[in-house]
Write a protein that binds this ligand. Structure first.
Ligand code: 5GP
Ligand code: ZN
Length: 113
C-alpha cells in the first residue's frame, strides 16, 4: 500500500533498525520503546489489522508467530517476553498495518492499561 508507513519501512524506503528479515516478514526496533527491548514484527504484505486478516493469510500469520521465539532468542530474552497485537481504536492501534509488539528485558505488569 503506497501511503502506508510500515509498508515503506518493510520496503526500506523509510529507515529503521532491523532485528530480523526474510521474504515474508520484517522486524525492527520501535521508535518509542516501551521496554529495553521493543521490536515490531510485520508482514511485508499489507494487512491493515488482525481484524482484516483472512484465512488465506494463515501460513503468513503462523510464520510470524513461530519466528517470535527466534527473534526473542536473538535479542537475549531468555527470561521471557510479551507479544501484543493492538487492534482497532479500543485496542490502541495507531498504525493501520498489522504488527506484533515484542517487549522484553524488564518485568511487565498485568493487566495492561
Ligand atoms: P500501535 O500503537 O499501532 O500498536 O503501534 C505502533 C508503533 O509503531 C508504536 O509503538 C510507535 O512507536 C511505532 N512507530 C510509529 N512510527 C514508527 C516509525 O516510523 N518507525 C519505527 N521504528 N516505529 C514507529
Ligand atoms: Zn502497509
Amino acid at each position: 500500500m503506497s501511503d502506508c508507513i510500515f509498508c515503506k519501512i518493510a520496503a526500506h524506503e523509510i529507515p529503521s533498525t532491523c532485528a530480523y528479515e526474510d521474504d515474508q516478514i520484517y522486524a525492527f526496533h520501535d521508535l518509542d520503546p516501551q521496554a529495553p527491548v521493543h521490536v515490531l514484527i510485520i508482514p511485508k504484505k499489507h494487512i491493515a489489522s488482525l481484524d482484516e486478516a483472512q484465512a488465506g493469510d494463515a501460513q503468513l500469520l503462523a510464520h510470524m508467530m513461530l519466528m517470535v521465539k527466534e527473534i526473542a532468542a536473538s535479542l537475549g530474552l531468555e527470561k521471557g517476553y510479551r507479544v501484543v497485537i493492538n487492534t482497532g481504536e479500543d485496542g490502541g492501534q495507531t498504525v493501520p498495518h498489522l504488527h506484533m509488539h515484542l517487549l522484553g528485558k524488564r518485568s511487565l505488569n498485568w493487566p495492561p492499561g
